[in-house]
Design a protein around this ligand. Sequence first.
Ligand code: FRU
Length: 512
Amino acid sequence: MRHALTSGVLLAALVLGEGAVPSAQPVSRTPRLYDEPLRPRIHFSPPRNFMNDPNGLVHYDGEYHLFYQYNPQGTTWGHMSWGHAVSRDLLHWEHLPLALGEADGVMIFSGSAVVDRGNTSGLCRGRSADRSCLVAIYTGHGHGRQTQNLAVSQDRGRTWTKYAGNPVLDLGLKDFRDPKVFWHAPTRRWVMVTVLPDQHKVRFFGSLDLKTWTALSDFGPAGATGGVWECPDLIEVPLEHEPGRTRWVLDVDLNPGGPWGGSGGQYFVGTFDGTRFVSDDPPGQVRWVDHGKDFYASLSFSDLPARERGPIWMGWISNWQYANEEPTETWRGAQSLPRRLMLRRAPDGWRLIQQPTGGLSALMDPDPTRHQVLRDSLPLPPSADMTFVVSAADQSEVGLRLSNELGEEVLIAVSADRTTLSIDRQRSRQGSSPQGYAERHTGPLRPLPQVPVRVIFDRSVIEVFANEGETVMTERVYPTRPFTRIEWIGGRRPASGSTRLLALKTIWPSSR
Ligand code: FRU
């Protein structure tokens, strides 16, 4: 691992030349934590070291918990443990100590967390009025097998104790992981969703007490099976414009075999009766969650307060093809903004709609001159929320070019016929870049008369939501200098509709 401090000193030595005596003033100041050149300002990333999947997303006692796959010892995957952060608004995160650490040759792989209201497990010792505690359900990985295990916290997630009766589920398999647990009210029991990765199967289990589990049913193989299945989630999702009505979304990630190679997420829409998930689609149909290359292992929050109106999930913004080679060096991995989910009726069945949860306006830069109508060319702030609308009157490709003084650029565009959204990062980084990075990716768009596009830019993160979240593309970008300029592709801005850029403040107190 190379420390930021070391590289600052090195740079100073290079600039001064060999043998020069450094002055008291360092030539190049080491950037402050969360102010490094590629560091997202409004997305969560670990202060240092390697992060992958979000884990254990749960709301409890006024706090949203984000646990995450984390290597406390290095900047590439290994020693997997659960890192931990909390938030009161789903925007600002406070880092907490490691929640669950590797021990006795067993790593802590992905999983979920629930509030055990009423102490169904008998493991809650706290004094809360509803006798509740937090229970994490995770995969133990080691000694040639993967098993499902519990850990309990009596103090709002600050400290955790692994359950003495672990594992609670052991099929004697090498690959059996990523438990997502939720309370299924109609059948009054806990349901666990797991994967048998190499068999391309989701296996459901049921339990009354989180400790004893019985198999309920299997789903799969179905959809995309070009890699192992990982990180399943089963979510009851509201239907757009149909108050009170829902359908179930089964999210299954796979690696490799994603839409652009490497990892990616797919989903199935159907019914769930507490025992069995039945998909509406024929087995060969594939629906991608996100058409960019960097959105994986999305996980929905458990126990959301009623005011949240529907499920919210977050995903890891990377791809296993190059996650260990991201050029951020002292830290690796970012989580998406929390996204609210909905289902929309489309001509070919249900579409998953993902929209960033509200609240971003709280990050609006107080300086009004930094919010702009997107004119021909503008300075690009380090983080911004931009919108434009493409219509039939636009007879050519329309979109944004983000660039720097070196001519490095990323292009975000809607095709002339409005049937494709694209992110082109082929010229976004000079010199070497990870294999599979310098590519152009596209997602299918419904060519509605008006196609609204929202682009959230955050130094090295781009999340694009078109048609109000019907087509979503998420990608990291690694320019060697910050992107500071924004222009319309082809010099033309959309013929109609409003265009705007809102500059966003950082969420991290230690930086500006
Ligand atoms: C998905 C995944 C999970 C596993 C974890 C290990 O990215 O491979 O299946 O639990 O990461 O870090």
